[in-house]
Design a protein around this ligand. Structure first.
Ligand SMILES: [Zn+2]
Ligand SMILES: [Zn+2]
Length: 275
């Protein structure tokens, strides 16, 4: 009898919590509005009203074009962009050791306010930001061209999450971004979230130092063994929200290269500053 009461009590609490959660979510204006692209809302940075997710003055202020390494998208020092370079727009580290990637493009610095907004998108269950971020990326010099270079046999692949991380997070932010990019660019390429797989569930890269990051992702990526032929001689555009050391991106590119992809480039929303 006592157990019955407890169970009933628990169930009552669960139902209450469920209703509360559903209503709180429905009534959270930021979340509600972020899922309705094009509807007037407050700028998430300066709070001006009405605005899209981020108003044009804030975008101009915080997303100014930046000269970046053509192979890893690392921001190049201003003095190197003023004519002292020898015609190669690559950073020192790529000049010493060429990465597996054939090219990389980034829209934003991974810094205020974008780091906060991306965290909100990634961990705060606000996938509605994907459309806004995709539009920002498509305005970045070189990105439209990267999409135009893809044929109907080529691939637009998001950086995959392990099945375990996908289950805890509920969605892959890179896939949401890749889907929005495919729609907005009207790319002919095939967007696919199951060709490139993450088979190792390591610790989140953000918790590790550089050397540990490299070790953490070694052997972490695999191409679906039944679909290897679909990659032979193809171009691949890898999509991710944030590129930090590049260790994950390079490991994924290595797996694609070994599987026969002919050209592998990366398009990332934000890139960390040089260490
Ligand atoms: Zn603003
Ligand atoms: Zn570089």
């Amino acid at each position: 009898m006592r157990a019955c009461v407890i169970r009933a009590g628990r169930r009552g609490w669960k139902v209450g919590e469920y209703i509360d959660t559903v209503f709180t979510r429905l009534l959270t204006p930021a979340l509600f509005l972020s899922r309705l692209p094009g509807l007037a809302s407050q700028c998430a940075v300066c709070r001006s009203w009405p605005a899209r997710q981020v108003c044009p003055p804030c975008v101009s202020r915080f997303a100014a074009p930046q000269s970046r390494c053509s192979l890893c998208a690392l921001a190049l020092p201003a003095d190197l962009s003023m004519g002292l370079r020898t015609g190669h727009d690559v950073c020192a580290s790529c000049a010493i050791q060429r990465p597996v990637l054939d090219g990389a493009l980034a829209a934003l610095p991974y810094a205020y306010p974008w780091s906060n907004l991306i965290a909100r998108y990634k961990f705060g269950e606000q996938p509605g930001w994907a459309g806004f971020f995709a539009a920002l990326l498509l305005k970045t010099p070189g990105v439209q061209q990267a999409f135009a270079d893809l044929t109907a046999q080529d691939w637009l692949l998001p950086m995959p999450l392990s099945a375990q991380r996908l289950q805890t997070r509920g969605f892959n932010q890179a896939w949401e971004l890749a889907s929005a990019l495919a729609r907005q660019s009207q790319s002919r390429a095939q967007a696919d979230a199951t060709l490139l797989l993450r088979v190792k569930h390591g610790r989140p890269q953000s918790q590790l130092k550089r050397q540990a990051r490299l070790a953490n992702v070694r052997g972490a990526f695999l191409i679906d063994p039944l679909r290897l032929a679909e990659l032979q001689g193809r171009r691949v555009l890898l999509v991710d929200d944030v590129m930090t050391s590049g260790a994950s991106m390079f490991a994924a590119a290595q797996a694609l290269r070994e599987a026969g992809a002919a050209h592998i480039a990366a398009v990332v929303l934000a890139r960390t500053a040089p260490a």
